[in-house]
Ligand binder design. Structure first.
Ligand SMILES: [Zn+2]
Length: 556
């Protein structure tokens, strides 16, 4: 219907990480997409691709740009190889769902079928893709009894997951996957913890890193680091640990020692709320695992209660949040049971503080970008200077060598000077890398947070339990429930955005009719926002710095 009115983007993505290794290459994905376009006679306005490097797995700039262009009305359809090319986490999934429900995206074509905005099948498909295609493929194949088929030609070249190692023989076809004696027991511990149904992904990560001192394998390029939540999340949904892996589009049984049984794998998928969600009968609480009791410090949990509605005599289930009272009722005076609706209301009140109208958000970005251009230039000059300095040091090193060869310099003196210069070069190179990093990152960070605040209240309202929890985790940490009040430590940027929101709220009448950014630039509001923009940028910078220190990946 109305096919000719919909403009499509083709979107292809492949990352070099984990299970995505098994996906089609970007050119092959685009080939498939073009076949769909030709077959259905669709109008394609642009082709967009992302290939995330293993170094920055969360970086997907072109996807964000595509979503932005869709919001601007440049296209309202996407052609993609599989839906799992689109959403990768619950926040992205929530946004995509919102765009579909509001009809901003009207159609998504995949190799299998078309999904339309009114179509609940897409929601289910997206949900399933979140669980990775694996568990679904796995159950089908197991049912067919194909799991007994072992590859005849030894172990295919797949990368060992955390907890395993690849042997490094030079002879082809003789390599295998073996147990990593150091990390295997820790990963098994992680599986045990999730199977208790009592810990969130974040808690398990923290237990592994802090109580068991988990560190990834170090290499010559990188020292070992604590386990990242994303890695653990992938592990829990990866059939590799149950002894199965994807290779060339098919699921195979590995000849290595599985860490968990298939039953355990299935149970974990269920605990992660995937399978049952498609069938949708079991209730998942959004805020458990997120909050602690403000009196005794133990976790807040939820329970369901049947309540009779007096007017209709019907029973309805309600969810209530309350303290787990692990220490016993005597240790905790809090007897309140907070209805889910009241919890949501308190969070929505918080989200309202940072929800900014799209037009104003756009102006903020434009304003900040003006300063960014100046700074970009300054930073680039600084970078060029630093590079020059590096070259000069290299040259000095060459001269020293010449002097050593001609005998003008003693061996001892030469070595001393060489060490000195080399250390200087290393320091200068580090500075170059830092400069390059900071030039690129902060403006995208600012945009990411501002994008996040767009329609945040609506996305929270229609989002499922996972979207709701993700949003909470995104805006702050250390959530506490005490005396029916919800408290949490807001990220620094929260206050800057709140200040922006308050400002625009006050200036609403004056700015309401204004259309263009050029007009806006002449106002006092522009100068004000410019100042807040600086603060916002600093907040994000400090937050990133703390994050780096916490994960110990890089020291400033
Ligand atoms: Zn308590």
């Amino acid at each position: 219907m109305d096919k000719e009115k919909i403009n499509y983007f083709i979107y292809a993505r492949k990352s070099t990480e984990g299970e995505d290794r098994q996906s089609l290459s970007i050119p092959s994905q685009i080939d498939d997409d073009l076949k769909i376009q030709a077959r259905e006679g669709l109008v394609v306005v642009d082709t967009i691709t992302d290939s995330a490097s293993a170094k920055i797995p969360s970086n997907r700039p072109n996807y964000s740009t595509m979503i932005k262009r869709i919001k601007q009305g440049r296209a309202s359809g996407i052609i993609t190889w599989r839906v799992d090319r689109l959403a990768r986490n619950h926040l992205e999934w929530g946004e995509l769902m919102y765009l579909l429900q509001t009809g901003v995206i009207k159609s998504i074509w995949t190799t299998q079928r078309e999904y339309k905005s009114s179509d609940s099948a897409l929601l289910i498909a997206l949900e399933a893709s979140m669980a990775t295609q694996f568990s679904i493929d796995l159950s089908i194949i197991v049912k067919r009894g194909l799991e007994k088929k072992v590859l005849l030609f030894g172990q295919p070249p797949i990368i060992a997951r955390v907890g395993y190692l690849n042997t490094k023989s030079n002879e082809r076809g003789t390599n295998s996957i073996i147990v990593d004696p150091q990390r295997w027991p820790l990963m098994r511990k992680a599986f045990d913890l999730i199977l208790t149904r009592r810990y969130t992904m974040l808690q398990i990560t923290s237990i592994l890193n802090n109580e068991y001192n988990f560190r990834t394998r170090s290499s010559s390029k990188r020292p070992g680091s604590p386990l990242a939540v994303s890695v653990l999340h992938r592990a829990f949904t990866d059939p590799f640990y149950a002894g199965y892996f994807h290779y060339k589009g098919k699921l195979h049984k590995g000849s290595y020692k599985p860490m968990i049984t298939l039953e355990e794998f299935d149970t974990i998928q269920e605990i992660l709320g995937r399978k049952e969600k498609a069938k949708s009968h079991k209730h998942v609480f959004a805020f458990t695992g997120l909050m602690r009791c403000g009196w005794c410090g133990f976790a807040i949990t939820a329970s369901k209660k049947l309540k009779k509605i007096k007017t209709t005599d019907e029973y309805k289930t309600y969810s209530w949040y309350h303290c787990t009272k692990r220490k016993g009722a005597a240790a905790c005076p809090d007897k309140h049971y907070i209805p889910e609706k009241a919890m949501e209301k308190m969070i929505i009140d918080e989200l309202e503080k940072i929800s900014i109208m799209p037009k104003w958000k756009m102006w903020v970005v434009e304003t900040i970008k003006l300063d960014y251009d100046d700074e970009l230039q300054k930073q680039q000059e600084l970078l060029a200077n630093t590079r020059n300095c590096e070259r000069k040091l290299q040259k000095e090193l060459d001269t020293l060598l010449d002097m050593r060869i001609t005998g003008d310099l003693s061996e001892e003196k030469y070595n001393e000077k060489k060490v000195e210069r080399t250390m200087q070069i290393i320091r200068v190179q580090e500075k170059c890398n830092r400069l390059e990093g900071s030039i690129k990152s902060w403006i995208t960070e600012v945009e990411k947070i501002l994008d996040f605040t767009e329609n945040i209240v609506e996305r929270f309202k229609i989002g499922d339990a996972y979207v709701k929890k993700s949003i909470c985790e995104y805006i702050g940490r250390d959530w506490v429930l005490k005396a029916k009040k919800l408290m949490f430590t807001r990220h620094e940027w929260f206050y800057d955005i709140e200040a922006l929101k308050n400002h625009y709220q006050q200036e609403k009448d004056r700015l309401g009719l204004m259309e263009t950014f050029e007009e806006y630039r002449q106002t006092a509001s522009f100068d004000f926002v410019r100042t807040i923009g600086c603060g916002l940028r600093e907040s994000i910078r400090t937050q990133n710095k703390t994050k780096e220190q916490e994960t110990g990946q890089r020291s400033p």
